[in-house]
Design a protein around this ligand. Structure first.
Ligand code: ADP
Length: 548
């Protein structure tokens, strides 16, 4: 490449020098010719001024004395040469000169070979009295200057050309060296398998291609990495905020949702625009200043967050906020649940143990009394069993047991449930009125059955003798309306809590666990149904489940 560059540049220089040489040679020879013409014309003037009465020889001698290169010729009007300074008077044998170009074109400089002397001459002729005066000299006279110039110029050109060659070599070396160093470095980065010498940059396209492939691969990798990171960041169920020198550079969707901002509004802004909580702001500032991790819990917009602030690199900080409100609430619910559950289980167990001890210690001996005690033990055991079944049901609903969903003809399920409760309805002489449409629902059979059972069970349990129950079912909803004892306004919001019973004694007596409506609520939450309760004390209760 370097060699080629030098050859190319030197050829251009050579051509330029040759063109210059040719032009200057042309100019010089033209200049010399013009000078010669001017000189001959001066000699013609001098000769003319010396001419009088055919003194040919005098004039010629005088002129030759001025310049011995001169040839002076006199020709009469018939074309006969009457005197010639070179041939003197021996001119008789000369041919007629009228057709000589310089005689035919008086005053014009003619260069031609002499017919008489065979030398290449320059001629100019003019008319003096009755004679043509012709002055000429050998062209060597002025072409010698041309030759001298030509040789001198050629030598100069050769020297200049050699200087140019050296200059080009040094220049190319100096110019290409840094480029070649860059190419070699690039080749190393691009893992190109060729090692380049400093005088070959021919491999430049190869290196650039390798570098291009490498850069493209790296860009693709970076893109993939970014997409991966973005996906991970979005998938994390926490608010993530990345700060660089106090400026927000990255946030995930959870953050945008929690702080109700748009990406455009917050990226590139100071973190003060995002957070208002003083405790959090102080902690972030502290982490930025000390470059130490900060962990804290804060309450913001009626939510509890567990916050981690992690500084990394020299100027970046990752802030993560985990919403722990639900977790904390769950912990409270769990705690209450265990306290209630143990309490609920403890009372039947105490009764069972009491009766058992009385029987074992012989306090109760009478057969009838023992039978009564056994029946009470059985009743309490059944109650415990029911509590445990309901608790398990609740726990399955809560801890995300997955339920199979299929199209179920729920009107048939409802008829089955009613059949199961028919004897209890009859025992209480309750008037049951039904408005059940053939209804199919995409749902879980067991859960819908539990839902119907719990509501109908309550409508019977808390109904009055000779009361009535209305059951309505269609694609949209299920209504269970009774004319029972009703629920006071204050209790209405609490009856869906676990173990909550308006009248504990009555509920126990009727075998209630206080979990029935809690299970109904959980089923509805699980399958996105809506529950509505309307109740008037001593008038009755209507519970409606909306399926959509
Ligand atoms: P329980 O097993 O005690 O019936 P539930 O969770 O089913 O538990 O009901 C909670 C409480 O709500 C009951 O103890 C009762 O006081 C009240 N309740 C539920 N359904 C009715 C209803 N249809 N009429 C009147 N009170 C009701």
């Amino acid at each position: 490449m370097k060699k080629r560059m030098i050859i190319f540049s030197s050829l251009i220089s050579l051509l330029a020098l040759l063109a210059l040489y040719a032009i200057s040679l042309g100019l010089i020879s033209n200049e010399n010719k013009n000078k010669a013409i001017e000189e001959i014309n001066i000699y013609l003037d001098v000769a003319t001024s010396h001419y009088e009465n055919e003194n040919f020889e005098d004039v010629a001698n005088y002129m030759v004395s001025l310049d011995d290169n001169l040839r002076i010729t006199f020709i009469d009007l018939t074309g006969k040469v009457v005197y010639d300074s070179e041939l003197k008077y021996q001119v008789d044998n000369l041919d007629n000169h009228l057709n000589r170009p310089e005689i035919m074109n008086l005053g014009e400089a003619i260069i031609r070979k002499s017919g008489s002397t065979n030398d290449k001459m320059m001629y100019i002729a003019r008319l003096i009295d009755d004679y043509y005066l012709r002055v000429s000299f050998d062209t060597v006279y002025f072409t010698t200057g041309n030759v001298v110039f030509a040789v001198g110029a050629l030598l100069s050109i050769i020297i200049i050309y050699l200087i140019i060659l050296v200059f080009l070599y040094l220049l190319s070396k100096r110019m290409l060296k840094p480029i070649e160093k860059e190419i070699n470095d690039l080749a190393l980065i691009a893992d190109a398998e060729v090692v380049f010498k400093a005088d070959t940059i021919d491999k430049l396209p190869e290196v650039i291609e390798a570098a291009k492939v490498l850069i493209n691969n790296k860009l693709r990798q970076i893109k993939e990495e970014n997409t991966k990171n973005e996906t991970i960041i979005q998938a994390i169920d926490e608010c993530l905020i990345l700060l660089k020198n106090e400026i927000v550079t990255l946030v995930n969707d959870q953050t945008l949702k929690a702080f109700n901002v748009t990406k455009e509004a917050i990226i590139g802004k100071n973190y003060l625009y995002l957070f208002r909580n003083t405790t959090l702001l102080n902690a972030i500032k502290n982490a930025i200043d000390t470059r130490k991790n900060e962990f804290l819990n804060i309450n913001m917009s009626s939510k509890n967050y567990s916050v981690s602030i992690i500084p990394f690199n020299s100027c970046q900080v990752l802030v993560s906020l985990k919403d722990i409100t639900e977790k904390q609430q769950m912990e409270v619910i769990k705690k209450d649940f265990f306290a209630n559950a143990s309490h609920e289980l403890k009372s039947p167990l105490t009764t069972i143990i009491g009766y058992e001890q009385m029987i074992l210690n012989g306090i109760i001996e009478d057969k009838k009394e023992i039978k009564d005690a056994s029946l009470k033990i059985l009743k309490e055991a059944n109650r415990m069993n029911q509590i445990i079944i309901d608790m398990l049901e609740l726990s399955n609903l809560e801890f995300s047991k997955t339920y199979e969903l299929v199209d179920i003809k729920i009107s048939d399920v409802l008829y089955d449930v009613i059949n199961r409760y028919q004897s209890r309805i009859d025992n209480k002489n309750i008037n049951l009125s039904l408005d059940i449409k053939d209804t199919t629902l995409y749902c879980n059979k067991e859960q819908i059955e539990t839902l119907f059972s719990n509501l109908i069970d309550n409508a019977i349990k808390y109904n009055k003798e000779n009361g009535s129950i209305v059951l309505i079912l269609d694609e949209k909803h299920f209504v269970c309306k009774d004319t029972g004892i009703g629920i006071s306004y204050n209790d209405q919001s609490r009856v869906f809590e676990r173990f909550y019973r308006v009248d504990k004694a009555k509920s126990k007596e009727t075998g209630g666990t206080g979990l029935g409506l809690a299970i109904v609520k959980h089923i509805c939450e699980k399958f996105n149904y809506k529950v509505e309760l309307e109740s008037v004390l001593d008038v009755g209760t209507t519970i409606t489940i909306y399926f959509e």
